[in-house]
Design a binder for this molecule. Structure first.
Ligand code: NI
Length: 178
């Protein structure tokens, strides 16, 4: 396995729309494994292929504290959703940035797993938030897109300034980082 570089906002590559995976082969499984290792090392609880400069519709999520609940979603689709939940979100592509986002409290997802088998999952609360956040990445959406224009501009300027200084902060924030 290998650690992959995570793109940092406002890198324009984070705005691409990922393409469906046609077949789950060895190269897809290798990408899944590398993404998982990269997510754990960051550390974060979710990662989308777009964030590591890959164009496939693949996300990995593990919201447990001991790395015991890995969820791999290939070609994920939310087929039903309900409720509302506000959660303080962070993102591995926006180091040090945290803000509340309102999302659905439950989602019903269809996807393919690492073995290439189709599955369905009913998720709620933190896992549901993670799934929505990561699927957004596959559509070129980052969570700060949901904030006001003013807040969004402030965050972008701060990250651009930090990128010039090359000293990202906030790696140890307590909120969730997806
Ligand atoms: Ni993210």
């Amino acid at each position: 396995m290998a650690l992959l570089d995570i793109l940092v906002y406002p890198d324009p590559r984070l705005r691409r729309t990922a393409q469906p995976v046609a077949i789950v082969d060895e190269s897809v499984r290798r990408l899944v494994d590398d993404m998982t290792e990269t997510m754990y090392a960051a550390p974060g609880i979710g990662l989308a292929a777009v964030q590591v400069d890959r164009n496939e519709r693949i996300i990995v999520i593990d919201a447990s504290e001991d790395h015991s609940s890995l969820n791999v979603f290939i070609n994920p689709t939310i087929v039903d959703r309900s409720g509302e939940l506000e959660c303080e979100e962070g993102c591995l592509s926006l180091p040090g940035v945290y803000a509340p986002v309102t999302r659905s409290q439950r989602v019903h997802v269809t996807a393919i797993n690492r073995d290439g088998d189709a599955f369905e999952l009913e998720a709620e609360d933190l896992l549901a938030v993670c799934i929505q956040h990561e699927i957004d990445h596959l559509e070129g959406i980052v969570f700060v897109d949901y904030l006001s224009r003013l807040k969004h501009d402030r965050i972008r300027k701060r990250l651009e300034k930090e990128a010039r200084r090359k000293s990202p902060e906030g790696a140890n924030h307590a909120a969730i980082t997806l």
